[in-house]
Each structure stands twice: as structure tokens, then as C-alpha cells.
Ligand binder design. Sequence first.
Ligand SMILES: NC(=O)C1=CN([C@@H]2O[C@H](COP(=O)(O)OP(=O)(O)OC[C@H]3O[C@@H](n4cnc5c(N)ncnc54)[C@H](OP(=O)(O)O)[C@@H]3O)[C@@H](O)[C@H]2O)C=CC1
Ligand SMILES: O=C([O-])CC(=O)C(=O)O
Length: 272
Amino acid sequence: MSSSRAPQRVAIAGLGAIGAAIARELDRGQGGLTLTAVASGSPEKHREFLASFRSPPSVVPLDQLHAHADLVIEAAPARLLRAIVEPFVSGGKTAIVLSAAALLQHEDLIDLAKANGGQIVVPTGALIGLDAVTAAAVGTIHSVRMITRKPVDGLRGAPFIVDNGIDIDGLKEPLKLFEGTAREAGKGFPANLNVAVALSLAGIGPDRTMVEIWADPSVTRNTHRIEVDADSARFSMTIENIPSDNPRTGLITPLSVIALLRKRGAALRVGS
Ligand SMILES: NC(=O)C1=CN([C@@H]2O[C@H](COP(=O)(O)OP(=O)(O)OC[C@H]3O[C@@H](n4cnc5c(N)ncnc54)[C@H](OP(=O)(O)O)[C@@H]3O)[C@@H](O)[C@H]2O)C=CC1
Ligand SMILES: O=C([O-])CC(=O)C(=O)O
């Protein structure tokens, strides 16, 4: 990647399935970007991993990341969203947010970014087609629907399942767990359905975007189908994500962030 911009210092919050893969890619070299700092829950767990880097970043507490970077990648548990994002956007910096569902509980962060010249970026992540959805949203979108099918491992422990006492272990056929809005899906499945909230933010919002969630013992991939009907186009798309070390998280998710970072300041930018 060639960049016309000044080098940017990047921090990563969380070194799990997403954060570790992004850190490794940044260390391999993404022109104009330097990984300067990381934070994780148990830093000692990652000592060996980071020691293998060409340029090991500083390991700092979450609330110190902003002193080391111009941009943060939030790839941590959803409950930490505010602690990670607030210092960056209030300082006019950028936060790339993976825990998109949690944004709906902290919408004031968007106002904070606006007031201070900061930016919150929600990448396409584990989903597909947000370029087409944002384009259609320039016109009028009539409806957006998403149908998610995940193996049991990709859903186990979600608050909706636990609170409703649903037994998904031992399923022999697909079970529809949930049908409702993206806002409700984000509350009931905060670590499993960030993509539904990202889709809603790209299109017609969390209260008009409709979501179905299936636990499906016949699939091995986290599968999302989106169906959009707009005044400019009708389209449907499906992505079948290979789960990462975290069965809830598709392998493509960190790659989406790298693709996004590469676009920043690139001489040729493809896709809206
Ligand atoms: N938008 C999208 O398309 C997608 C979003 N997601 C969301 O992205 C987020 C990250 O996902 P994923 O990487 O799979 O999650 P993981 O569970 O694999 O990793 C979470 C990381 O957060 C770290 N962490 C925990 N506590 C703290 C703390 N106090 N300070 C700093 N770091 C901490 C953990 O540290 P340690 O390793 O030391 O224990 C771990 O490295 C989740 O919210 C997930 O729901 C996931 C998939 C797709
Ligand atoms: O949206 C999420 O949190 C994760 C997801 O569905 C996927 O990786 O396929």
C-alpha cells in the first residue's frame, strides 16, 4: 500500500480472535501504519506472541492506549466499548469498533465524536454488502432482512438463550431462536450478532432492520443472508464464515479491518 498521509499510530484493544490477527498483519507492514500499543485482559498470556514481532508494541492498560495512538481498533468484550472509544473520539481521533451491538447502548459516543472532530468507524466485519446497503440508503430502502444460521458453538451462552432457558445442545434439526429487530438481536446476542447491528446502521436503523436467528446443527459456518428491497435495487447476499478460534467470530472479520486500514490514504480505493 502506498500512502499519501502522515504515518498513523495504531492501537489495538483486545488480542483475541480479531485483535491478534490484526496485530500480526500490522507488524508485517501496512504502509503508513505503525502498531504502537496494545491492551488485553491478561497481558502475560500474549508475551511470547508479541515478542515474536519485528516491532513489538507497548503493552499498556486500556485507559492508556490513547496516549500512544491516533487510531484505536476496539476488539474487546462489548462491556469495554466506552472505556476504549471515549478517550479517542473526545480527542478528535478515530475508533474502529467491532463490538457494534454495544454502540446502541452508547449512542452518545457518536455525538461526542461529532463534537470533537473524532470518528467512529464500523467495518463490514463478518458481514457482506454494506457498500451496497449504504448506496441504497442514499435513496429509499423499503426493507432489510437478515437471516443468520450458526452452529450451536457460535451461539451458546447468548443472554437470549440463557434468559429463556432454551436448550440448544443436542439439537437434531435447525431451531429458530429469535425473530425481531436488530436492536433486540443486539441485546439478546451481543457477542454473536454484531453484524445485524452493523447492517442496521448502514441501512434503515436498528428498529426497522429485521433479523432471524437459527441454531443449526447442519451448518459448520456462521452463515448470514441479507435481503434488501430499495427503490434503486433489490439484492440478496449470503456469506458463510469459517469460525476462528472464537467459534462466534468469523475468520474474515480481522481481514475486513485490514482491508479498511489499507484504504485509508491509498492511491486507488475500490468500493464505496
Ligand atoms: N463487527 C463484527 O463483524 C464482529 C464483531 N465481533 C465482536 O468483536 C469483539 C472481539 O471479538 P473476538 O476477538 O472474537 O473476541 P475474543 O474473545 O477472541 O477476544 C477478546 C479480547 O479482549 C481482551 N480483553 C478482555 N478484557 C480486557 C480488558 N480489560 N482490557 C483489554 N482487553 C481485554 C481479551 O484479553 P485476553 O486475550 O488477554 O484474555 C481478548 O484478547 C467482540 O465484542 C465480538 O462480539 C466479533 C465478530 C464479528
Ligand atoms: O457478528 C458477530 O458478532 C459475529 C458473526 O456473526 C460472525 O463472525 O459471523
